[in-house]
Design a binder for this molecule. Structure first.
Ligand code: ATP
Length: 314
């Protein structure tokens, strides 16, 4: 069964089309990973789906109902974790959850029960009486997530929930997302950390410049580029000149330079290891060279020409 269906969505800001005829479906019970570089349109898509902004055209159905016509009912069954942490600093963790639970119509014993369950679920039971000002970034994030979970939404939408937090909290969050899925919740998960998608997503949608450019399971996406070879090269002194020379080798599709390291993607069968080595040696010393199997990161690179690591920020 489909939990959400976005068809032919267009959203413009001024003259630029931020979402350009986007089609996305979310199946019940899946964790759909939404990947895309900066400015791809992920947040705009998520905010459209959560009913926070109106699209210019297209149709959005959530729980089989037209979104804008049934906005308040649908919103009450969605949990949105925004990119920015939105908790009240002058309320304790428990009071924050009571507030958000109240907004969603929970009252009395039911509210109390859900607040306690949610605090336990995100591992903040022992911090229930503290103000978030005393929390680490990761704990604040977990509280933020808890606020979106307290009303037991059927669909949870998360916009990069693990950016800028410690590894322990990140693992806790990923583990919690798996548990939510096991309990039957559907999750749309946006991130630029490929390894997170690889770890938890049932299916992946890749966006770039307002378009969906690929979708499938991680295995399916990697399978699509199995016809490519990747040579990893490290030299003593990398230069743009070397990158240009590598790019000229027959069969080379793409060269990505990161300082002294180069990833060279070629068509399969081009046997470019030797040629890459020769070119690299002609410009200086070679530290290491090897052929690697493509990963989801390479799928992303091949599709968008961009690396998600551009914005690695923790
Ligand atoms: N309110 C707005 N007014 C004008 N332009 C906007 C607005 N919101 C987003 N944009 C533009 O739309 C494009 C897509 O932005 P969006 O935030 O959806 O991308 P994103 O994929 O979520 O990127 P990021 O990973 O950086 O959050 C960007 O070029 C952005 O500048």
């Amino acid at each position: 069964m489909l939990i959400a269906e976005m068809s032919n969505i267009v959203k413009r800001y001024g003259s630029s089309r931020v979402l350009d005829h986007v089609d996305i479906v979310i199946d019940e019970g899946e964790i759909l990973g939404l990947l895309g570089p900066n400015g791809a349109g992920k947040t705009t898509l998520i905010h459209s789906l959560a009913g926070l902004i109106k699209t210019d055209s297209g149709e959005i159905k959530v729980f089989n109902e037209e979104l804008q016509r049934n906005l308040s009912t649908i919103k009450s069954k969605i949990g949105l974790v925004t990119q920015e942490v939105t908790v009240f600093e002058d309320l304790t963790a428990r009071e924050n959850l009571e507030f958000f639970g109240g907004i969603y119509g929970l009252r009395g014993e039911e509210l109390k029960k859900r607040v306690e369950e949610t605090l336990r679920f995100v591992g903040l039971m022992d911090r229930a009486k503290q103000l978030p000002t005393k929390f680490s970034g990761g704990m604040k994030r977990r509280l933020n997530i808890a606020c979106a979970l307290v009303h037991e939404p059927k669909l949870i939408i998360m916009d990069e929930p693990t950016v800028g937090i410690d590894p322990q909290s990140r693992n806790h969050i990923l583990e919690s997302i798996r548990k939510l899925q096991q309990n039957g919740t559907t999750i749309l998960y946006t991130t630029h950390y490929i390894e997170e998608v690889q770890a938890i997503a049932s299916r992946v949608v890749v966006m770039d410049q307002g378009h969906v450019i690929a979708e499938g399971t991680v295995d399916e996406l990697v399978e699509n580029i199995q016809h490519e070879e990747k040579v990893q090269l490290e030299v003593e002194e990398g230069s743009e000149e070397l990158a240009e020379q590598l790019q000229k080798i027959n069969g080379v599709k793409q060269v990505i330079r990161n300082g002294d390291r180069f990833s060279i993607i070629s068509r399969t069968g081009s046997g470019n290891l030797d040629r890459v080595l020769t070119v690299a040696k002609s410009t200086g010393g070679v530290k290491s060279i090897n052929v690697e199997k493509p990963t989801l990161e390479d799928v992303f690179l091949t599709l968008t020409g961009k690396t998600l690591r551009d914005r690695e920020d923790n």
